[in-house]
Design a protein around this ligand. Structure first.
Ligand code: V47
Ligand code: SF4
Length: 382
């Protein structure tokens, strides 16, 4: 008889007693503590973490791997902030190197997808005074008037905080207003790393950790959903990563409003932190695995292929991830400008489905909120 994963780990003489203790908890469906999370980062081998994470992933999603058909709109790459990891933004004073789209220019982009079976537009970018409450109100209303079924996943607490402050609205008032004019859900960006010292160093001046969490909490309490990210692999420690996930886990216990957690690997091309080396693929996979183990109340872990490349994304599916994001259609520049393997991120549905089938999983096209659009297990492309 072949031994099960728990039996192999518990019987192994290479695994320390305290790692075995953590493994027992995970296999029994118990939550691990902050200190145990740090221990996993410091001592867990890739194979050990992969076994645990795969167990958790299998229990949550079975063989399903989710993706969607989406595209991005980046209304501007000019920004009043100057996060040191950002390769994308052009400061207001370097405006000539940037773009700043009007509502009509964005609508022209949206109209390019008329007749195509995309289900989501993901809108986020820099922060500029002109793209204010009135701008996004007009934009969301016009998108919904043109294509009511297109899910608008847009803006992050970084933009909300700036826009609402300028409009003299509370977070509640502002979010309620955007909901009324068409906003459907909130992407996970702007979280970076929640530890104050590190956040001040790499993303000083933009919304604080408390403000980021508060905006998501209010949005969830209004009955809506969102995602959460973590920018990792720069100057943070393992403790900072666990602290970041701990704060998310606590909020998720309260609201249950997060769908996916998306670890974002720091890329170092053409930014003020180019001297900071990028972490290895092994560390990426360990990080996916620990996220899957630690965030026991998050339904999904997303391996964002546009950021890490398709091969690493495929591997991540064995280390806790159950979602690959979407077709994207070469509509985002945030990662290509920061040095991602994917310089023109674009996958057809067929390519995404084949990526998933190659690793023996069941491709499920989802909508933004994880409703099943289509099961591709029996679909053969010609
Ligand atoms: O907040 C910017 C990150 C984020 C770099 O919710 C960088 O489905 C690495 O949040 N290296 C925005 N990361 C993107 C984002 C996102 C992406 C895909 C799906 C979803 C979702 C959300 O991009 C920023 C920042 O953390 N970022 N520069 C860089 N050099
Ligand atoms: Fe602006 Fe976002 Fe870049 Fe920071 S990460 S500089 S907020 S565009």
């Amino acid at each position: 008889m072949i031994a099960s994963h728990p039996e192999v780990i518990i019987a192994s003489s290479h695994i320390s007693a305290h790692l075995k203790q953590i493994a027992k908890k995970v296999f029994n469906g118990e939550r691990i503590s902050f200190d145990e999370g740090v221990t996993l980062y410091k001592e867990g081998s890739l194979s050990f973490l992969g076994t645990l994470a795969d167990f958790v992933r299998q229990k949550k999603s079975g063989d399903k791997v989710f993706f969607n058909r989406n595209f991005h709109v980046e209304p501007t790459n000019i920004c009043v902030y100057s996060c040191s990891f950002c390769s994308y933004s052009r400061l207001i004073k370097n405006r000539e190197q940037g773009w700043e789209l009007s509502v009509e220019q964005i609508l022209d982009i949206i109209k390019k997808y008329d007749g195509q079976p995309v289900t989501e537009v993901h809108i986020t970018g820099g922060v500029v005074p002109k793209q204010d409450l009135a701008f996004y109100t007009e934009l969301f209303k016009k998108i919904k008037a043109h294509r009511p079924d297109l899910h608008i996943k847009a803006l992050t607490p970084v933009e909300f905080h700036y826009i609402f402050k300028k409009a003299k609205l509370t977070y509640e008032e502002g979010l309620k207003h955007f909901k009324e004019v068409g906003l459907d859900s909130i992407p996970g960006g702007g979280a970076e790393i929640f530890d104050k010292d590190i956040r001040d160093k790499i993303a000083g001046g933009k919304c604080t950790t408390e403000e980021w969490l508060s905006i998501h909490e209010i949005w969830h309490k209004m009955g809506n959903q969102s995602n959460a990210t973590m920018l990792y692999g720069h100057i943070e420690t393992f403790e900072h990563r666990v602290d970041h996930m701990e704060r998310l886990r606590q909020l998720q216990d309260k609201t249950k409003g997060f769908n996916a957690f998306i670890p974002l690997k720091f890329r170092n091309k053409d930014n003020e932190m180019s001297n900071v080396p990028e972490v290895s693929v092994i560390e990426d996979l360990r990080n996916y695995a620990i996220a899957r183990i630690y965030l026991d109340n998050f339904p999904h872990i997303k391996a964002y292929w546009a950021m890490i490349g398709r091969s690493t994304a495929q591997m991540a599916l064995n280390f806790g991830a159950d979602d690959l994001d979407g077709t994207i259609d070469d509509t985002t520049k945030i990662y290509s400008m920061a040095g991602s393997e994917e310089q023109n991120p674009k996958l057809s549905t067929q390519e995404l489905v084949e990526l998933i089938k190659q690793v023996g999983r069941t491709p499920i096209e989802r909508d933004t909120l994880y409703g099943v659009v289509k099961d591709y297990s029996a679909v053969v492309f010609n």
